[in-house]
Design a protein around this ligand. Structure first.
Ligand code: SF4
Length: 395
């Protein structure tokens, strides 16, 4: 293993921004996984007025601004509050995050559960900062790879079930009300069983109580939303999860766009849009093609944006994407993870190929996480590109 990264153990928010290599990082959790058109325009304005002009979409479907100064943060918070982009206070912001399947509908169980939980979470016990719930009650789960501690899903027969993360099967429930009741009991049980020390549900080695006995498996997982036309609008990709505010504003130029839905897959669903943006111009700062090699890459901001990074990541990622070229399907291609340090923020799971920064050089890891044992160390950027190109050529 590489030397342990500095794990902070808490997630930044808007009320509790994090100091990084390029200023404060301010994270916005879109309520119900959606921003109206006006809210997104307000966020674009905020990114340009108080941040670096860049907006990032995280793998937990949050939006974040970088480069905010200490002196600018209070005015930024006023602006975010005015547009309904932040929780009313730090206590509300610290409640467990709700990750919704992005294609929820107005009358479905995912939205009903989210609304019920929003009313009840204030009465939940205090939980570790990274705790979250995946509300994924469409016909087939789509959030199985996203980070969450409790999951609301459907079985192959169509019934609702609540599944604790790390277990293959869940507990059947009659309806959404019963699901929220069970999630509430499980949150209390987690704390009473020593979960606060474990941190996450999957790390808690305690048998489930009898009242939460598992009896159903979720339906087979469905893939992420495809780029292009969708019944609710149009899906676009963000290169490495980053986009300039000006690019997003241009994407809203079509009056048909009513809002956006965020996803944990570096993709945005533009609600109401019926036609390609900019004719799918590959140079417009968005991804329109499933064969784009950047879709198969997970890349953290790296140096100089993150103070813990000893290497830059984004230039290397672009060089590798050019070298790799278009894939038949960028989603299913072997994944490449580029990480500024061993913490591996951009991808918690293994990847076919990982390049991890250490002491200003790159380690190459095959089939592991960013902190796993490398097969080569001390690579410069050009060496790393050549090593990966050689591996691709041989497969
Ligand atoms: S993985 Fe990247 S973003 Fe995360 S702490 Fe390390 S350098 Fe920073």
């Amino acid at each position: 293993m590489s030397p342990p990264a500095r794990i902070r153990g808490w997630c930044p928010g808007a009320w509790r921004p994090m100091a990084t290599g390029d200023g404060l990082l301010v994270r916005v959790r879109p309520r119900l996984g959606r921003l109206s058109r006006a809210q997104l325009l307000a966020l674009c304005d905020a990114a340009e007025a108080w941040g670096s002009g860049l907006i990032e979409l995280t793998r937990r479907a949050n939006l974040q601004l970088r480069g905010v100064t200490e002196s600018g943060w209070p005015a930024l918070m006023d602006h975010l509050a005015e547009h309904g982009l932040v929780a009313p206070d730090i206590a509300a912001e610290r409640r467990p995050a709700l990750l919704l399947a992005p294609d929820w509908r107005d009358d479905d169980a995912t939205l009903e559960a989210a609304c019920l939980l929003r009313q009840r979470l204030a009465a939940w016990p205090s939980l570790p900062h990274k705790w979250g719930l995946a509300l994924d009650a469409g016909p087939a789960p789509v959030l199985t790879e996203a980070s969450a501690d409790l999951r609301l899903e459907r079985s192959a027969e169509g019934g609702l079930l609540v599944r604790t993360d790390g277990r293959d099967r869940g507990t059947s429930v009659e309806d959404v009300e019963a699901a929220v009741d069970l999630m509430t009991r499980l949150a209390h049980w987690f704390v009473e069983s020593g979960g606060t020390q474990a941190g996450r549900m999957r790390r808690l080695n305690a048998p489930l109580p009898a009242w939460a006995a598992v009896d159903a498996a979720p339906a087979d997982a469905a893939p992420a939303l495809s780029l292009g036309a969708h019944p609710l609008g149009w899906v676009v990709g963000l290169p490495f999860g980053r986009v300039q505010a000006s690019t997003l504003r241009a994407a809203l130029a079509d009056d048909d766009v009513t809002g956006i839905r965020v996803t944990p897959w570096r993709r945005l669903l533009l609600e109401g849009l019926r036609t390609k943006i900019n004719d799918g111009d590959p140079a417009d700062g968005l991804i329109h093609d499933e064969g784009d090699p950047r879709l198969a890459m997970d890349v953290c901001p790296g140096a100089p944006h993150c103070a813990q990074a000893s290497v830059a990541t984004l230039g290397l990622a672009r060089a590798l994407a050019e070298r790799r070229g278009k894939r038949p399907d960028g989603r299913s291609a072997g994944r490449v993870h580029i990480s500024g340090c061993a913490k591996g923020c951009a991808r918690g799971r293994s990847a076919e190929l990982s390049l991890t920064g250490r002491d200003g050089r790159y380690d190459l890891i095959l089939g592991g996480r960013a902190d796993h044992t490398p097969i080569a160390t001390g690579l410069g950027e050009a060496d790393a590109v050549e090593r990966l190109a050689a591996l691709w050529a041989s497969t």
